[in-house]
Design a binder for this molecule. Structure first.
Ligand SMILES: [Zn+2]
Ligand SMILES: [Zn+2]
Length: 459
């Protein structure tokens, strides 16, 4: 030990009673692998040897800097309280934070000033407590610290002696198919009564008092079993866009994430859960590809550029010739379409012209006035207008190429897939069993053809 460190220690203990951790924190950047308590204790022993005096054990507990907050007992107590606070919850990762009253920060600053160090030299009390309580909490709960987004966040309130424990949400990713019409994606509050179920004191006629315009939603048909499996306080449904209420969502389905608030369980058998949801949804909605997902998956499903595949029923005002029909589809296949904002879209939206690509289009005439068309298009393509031309606002269009008015009479979505990569990649999967790896991610039904549409609301 060099003389300057010994001199520093000597000046420090002369400021008043000082505990080993507070002494050690002054030189926390030295000798990696020691605790501050060990650093402080070593300094004290070295001082005693150098000066040939008894080691002063008594200084420890009524420390003027931390007022006893760094004692083993105190640290152990915080850790036990924290573990008790989250006892009902299963989690893998945590973070400990400490709210330190200004008095303590001032003491740290004064001590450093007294011994001639920079105000922020060594380590602050807050960091010491976060780490020391965290180590004990981690051992007690068999979990690991995570400085990103932990499952559980514990905050020690040094001045108030209050401990807060926040349990972060858990996430389940999947794809849904909607097999019946007139089901919105999420709960749709009744417009007549603003979701209250009452109109001027009477049961609302618009919703029979339910408060909802539709009895069921994809959310209501899928989230409850997940919430129940994870024993959480609430559930929120996040979809990768949405289809019209009267459109079906078929084949590959649409990615979604259900967020569970304050889950008591995080590791659930997703295969069993999938079966449970599908049983619960009773054939109206089906889910596939269920995975435990990371927090980042919410933004992923909402933000990832996606293409979509649609199936449309098209009606023509006059008879259409089969060759002309095929020729028009050939023209549209792979073409870039210019679209002015459709007339049916909210008038408050700016009238813009944008370009979107038709990746693929196939169709069959059912009779000379009716066709079934499947289309894979870039996100944001207004497919109804691609058929009707919207009075020339979309160019080219099926109606325009045929010279016959055409209209989409039914439109379903067959698939939603990432433009450049799948929605589900291993980094977004939180596996129940790490030994499993994220291997079955490959099973995602990202078929080659699909389309997007920023808002099928257009369709
Ligand atoms: Zn102290
Ligand atoms: Zn109502």
């Amino acid at each position: 030990m060099t003389d300057d460190v010994l001199d520093l220690a000597r000046r420090a203990v002369e400021t008043g009673p000082l505990c080993d951790p507070c002494l050690g924190r002054l030189v926390a950047d030295r000798s990696f692998g020691l605790t501050n308590r060990e650093r402080g204790r070593s300094l004290r022993v070295s001082l005693a040897l150098a000066d040939d005096v008894p080691v002063d054990d008594l200084a420890s507990d009524d420390c003027w800097v931390c007022e006893g907050e760094s004692t083993e007992e105190r640290v152990e107590e915080w850790a036990e309280r924290a573990a008790y606070a989250v006892d009902d919850y299963a989690f893998d990762t945590f973070q400990v934070g400490t709210r330190v009253p200004p008095l303590f920060e001032e003491n740290d600053r004064l001590l450093r000033e007294d011994v001639g160090l920079d105000p922020d030299a060594g380590e602050q009390l807050k960091a010491e407590l976060n780490r020391e309580v965290g180590k004990r909490f981690g051992r007690a709960t068999d979990t690991e610290v995570d400085f990103g987004r932990p499952d559980v966040q514990v905050t020690l309130g040094l001045g108030s002696d209050e401990l807060d424990a926040d349990v972060n949400s858990a996430f389940v990713y999947g794809r849904y198919r909607k097999l019946e019409r007139d089901i919105p994606q999420t709960k749709w509050p009744c417009n007549d009564c603003n979701g209250t179920g009452l109109n001027r004191g009477e049961i609302c006629e618009g919703c029979d008092g339910s408060g909802y315009r539709y009895d069921e939603s994809v959310e209501q048909l899928t989230a409850p079993p997940i919430r129940s499996a994870m024993n959480g306080e609430g559930a929120t449904f996040h979809g990768a866009g949405r289809e019209d209420v009267d459109a079906l969502m078929l084949e590959g389905g649409r990615p979604f994430v259900v967020e569970i608030d304050e889950p008591r369980r995080r590791t659930v058998d997703v295969d069993a859960l999938e079966a449970e949801i599908n049983d619960f949804a009773d054939g109206k909605v089906e889910v596939t590809d269920l995975h435990l997902a990371t927090y980042e998956m919410v933004e992923r499903v909402k933000e990832l550029d996606a293409s979509k595949t649609y199936r449309m029923a098209v009606e023509f005002e006059e008879a259409v010739d089969a060759d002309a029909f095929e020729g028009a589809l050939d023209e549209l296949r792979g073409t870039t379409v210019e679209q002015r904002t459709p007339q049916r879209v909210d008038h408050r939206r700016a009238d813009l012209t944008r370009t979107r690509e038709v990746y693929d289009i196939e169709g069959d005439l059912d009779d000379e006035r009716h066709a079934t068309v499947e289309l894979h298009g870039e996100g944001g393509l207004y497919v109804k207008e691609l058929v009707s031309s919207d009075e020339g606002r979309t160019e080219p269009s099926l109606a325009g190429l045929l010279g016959v008015d055409a209209e989409v009479t039914a439109l379903d979505v067959l698939n939603v897939q990432g433009e450049d990569e799948p929605f589900l990649t291993p980094e977004f999967v939180r596996d129940a069993d790490p030994e499993d790896g994220a291997g079955d991610v490959d099973s995602e039904t990202e078929v080659e053809d699909s389309s997007n549409g920023e808002n099928e609301t257009n369709d």
